[in-house]
Every structure is written in structure tokens, then in C-alpha cells.
Design a protein around this ligand. Sequence first.
Ligand SMILES: *Cc1c(COP(=O)(O)O)cnc(C)c1O
Length: 357
Amino acid sequence: MEEQEITVSLSTQKKEKPKSDELQFGRIFTDHMFILDYEEEAGWHSPRIIPYQPLTLDPASIVFHYGQTVFEGLKAYVTKSDEVRLFRPEKNMERLNRSNDRMCIPRVDENLALEAIKKLVSIDKEWIPTAPGTSLYIRPFIISTEPYLGVAPSRSYQFIIILSPVGAYYEEGINPVRIAVEDEFVRAVKGGTGEAKTAGNYASSLKAQELVSDKGYAQVLWLDGVEKKYVEEVGSMNVFFKINGEVITPELNGSILEGVTRSSVIQLLRHWDVPVTERKISMEEVYEAYQRGELEEAFGAGTAAVISPIGELAWKEEKLVINDGITGEIAKKLYDKLTGIQYGTESDPFEWVEVVK
Ligand SMILES: *Cc1c(COP(=O)(O)O)cnc(C)c1O
């Protein structure tokens, strides 16, 4: 692919930046956005950074009707010495293209997409909050824009990147949450779209989430969609259990989203010589380990929270209280190391960080 120059048109009206104690997740957006267009004959073209603004789309655009769309999520962090950093962003761009393949969306040039992220973050650098634990959330996404009510892949798309300053996930340090095992609704099935970061997976998860949050649970633990037996994910995070010294995470099976945090956790555990296994794990097995007193830790892993310890797991009539409801040793160590790498206070043995100039 020939090299494409990203043009820049700067905003003349700068928005007011939020105070660090007002930061939430995903409610405030920066001054600029990136757009890249696709049409069948031209391919992906006209990469540009423009002032943040609403889109104008035909109401018949395929994305509104059939959800042909994909997204990504990563963060930019600023260090004490004012260095702006990304964490393994090339992994997100590889995954974006895997999601594209599943959703019949044309692949994007990963180098161009990465360059776009860096350039946009650099332009809106002043928006990266500096208080501990805060960051700039980066949301690349692709929408199908062809006005057509037939069920078919679109012939036009837009690839867009927006940025949102976000607060610390944990206000008072890393904290365990209560989780309910979901045995009615399913998130994804093998052969479906669970492996892709696509809107429909999240739309279909809302109902289960709504029902359990009414009962005081933070998230649901998703089981496999066929037998409703094997553990898959927790909320929109990958899940890990520590049983009798071994860390176990469900193997990638076609319905689990492959997290960048998940693969980083596995790599770190191996580096530390902690036994880690990717395999099927049933809720029955988790419960039996709990009864034997061998269920030592459980936690979720994903970009937003990094590591989210599970303090209680409600399953059928049972309530499994894990590690007395406090954060386990491995969860804490992983959290400290991963955030330390991201914020530049820990060594980066695998060169995961990419500096934004
Ligand atoms: C994004 C996502 C994850 C976590 O992926 P990370 O790359 O670690 O942020 C896990 N599960 C689902 C369903 C997701 O959408």
C-alpha cells in the first residue's frame, strides 16, 4: 500500500478540560478526531485529523440496521517526566483487523492506524490527565456507511478515532467486586462473533448485566453458550482463577475475546515462574476447588481496570467468598507490575511500551 499522508486541520475553539476529580469513563471527548474513508474503488483514503464534531450519516447506513461495525480500546499514559506512552498498541491494531475479517470489513493498514493514533494523541496531549491512575482512553472504530437496507457487507466505511480523558478505575486502590454466574443468558457461542470486538456482543450483554446489577453484583460471569458449563469471561474482561498454586484461564475457543491484558498476564506469570494454564475450566471445577479450600484467587483482566479481583462469586444457591473477599497476592502483583510498566515506574522487560513523540 502506498504511504498516505495524514492531514491536520486544527480546532480554533478549544474546549475546557475537565478537572481531575471530575473525570469519569467515556463522557468527555478531546478537541480532535481522526477519520479515514473507504469506498470500493478507492480503498481506504483521505486520512485526516479534524476538530471533534458530529457525523452526518444517511439514516439508511448499514451500521444503524445490521451493526456491521468493530471497535478497539486502549489508553495513553503520561509519566512523571511528561513522557506519553501507549501499551502494546500494535496488538490492538492486529485485533482490529481480525475483527474486520469476521465482520466482512476491509482490513486497514495497521501502520497507518498506529500512526494516526500517535499523531492524534500527540495533538491532544494536553488532554491526558496526570493524577495517579488517570489516562486518555483511545477508541478506534469502524462503521459501515452505505445507505442500503439489504443484508450485505457495506461498500463504504469510515474508520474513526476519538479520545476521552478517564479517571482512575479504582478511587481507593484495587478492590474486589461481587460477581454473579450467568446461567440464563449467553454472551457468545463458538461460530458466532464473540472473538470479534463488535457492537452486537455488547448490546446482547446488557440484559444480563441489568438484571444482576439490580441485585448488587458488579458484573456477570459468562458461561459457554452450548453447555452453560465452562467459564468464558467476566463482564467484558478475560478471567483467571488461581487453584492450588496454578493460574488457569479459559483457552481461546472461538467465543472468547483475546485480550491484550490477558496475553500480558500470561507472559508475566511465565516470566515469574508461576504455573499458568490455558484450558477449559467448568464452574463445577471452580466450586469443587472452593470446597476443598483450594480456590485461592479469581480476577478479571482488561484495559479499563487492568486487574479486577473477584471477592464473591454467586452460583446457583451458593456464594463463594474468595480469599476472604480481599485482593489476592497474584492479582496485586500483576496490577502493580502492569500499571508500573504503563506509568513508567517499573522496568519493561518485554518492551511493551511505545513512546509518543
Ligand atoms: C476488550 C475486551 C476484553 C479485554 O481486552 P483488552 O485488550 O485486555 O482490553 C475482554 N473481553 C471482552 C469481551 C472485551 O470486549
